[in-house]
Design a protein around this ligand. Structure first.
Ligand code: FE
Ligand code: FE
Length: 169
């Protein structure tokens, strides 16, 4: 049981949730990169791992501005999303079908992050915390770019996945 007494408390809670979410991703993305067959998808996951480490440090900065230590919350949603990613990693499927599955899992993650960062950024703006709002906006834009790159990759990989099925009749 915890209490939130103000919008500032709620912003801190959102930042702690995101901090855990991003740390879960630092662990999950190398596994997704390893499971991916397509070279561009593999590289995309590795690139996003590097960005995700920066996202972690921006959240530490944001919490630092609020004089709070980053820690102590579990993002339950990211736990579930990572589990779905694990299912895609473990599924027995043609390579391109697994890649298409991994993209679906990754885009769910990006959309969750986009929603969470948008919410937190707007709280920060309302609170007059311009520097925090700016940090969150930067990350939000990188999540959106990642989502768009995945959409472009899916166009190619979905066709390959469909061909893999056709070949086996
Ligand atoms: Fe992120
Ligand atoms: Fe992300």
């Amino acid at each position: 049981m915890s209490a939130l007494n103000s919008l500032r408390d709620l912003l801190i809670d959102e930042l702690q949730d995101l901090y855990d979410a991003e740390n879960q991703l630092v662990k999950a993305l190398p596994k997704m990169a390893e499971a991916a067959t397509d070279d561009e998808l593999k590289a995309g996951f590795s690139d996003h791992l590097e960005q995700t480490r920066i996202h972690v440090s921006r959240l530490e900065q944001a919490l630092g501005i609020l004089e709070v230590t980053a820690k102590g919350k579990t993002c339950k949603a990211m736990k579930g999303l990572v589990k779905e990613g694990d299912e895609a990693i473990e599924v027995k499927a043609p390579d391109a079908v697994r890649d298409a599955d991994l993209i679906g899992a990754a885009q769910r993650v990006e959309h969750y992050e986009i929603a969470a960062y948008g919410t937190a950024r707007t709280f920060a703006q309302t609170l007059g915390e311009a520097e925090i709002a700016e940090l969150l906006q930067l990350t939000l834009e990188e999540e959106a770019e990642t989502d768009q790159k995945l959409t472009v990759l899916a166009r190619k990989i979905n066709i390959e996945a469909n061909a893999a099925f056709s070949n086996k009749g």
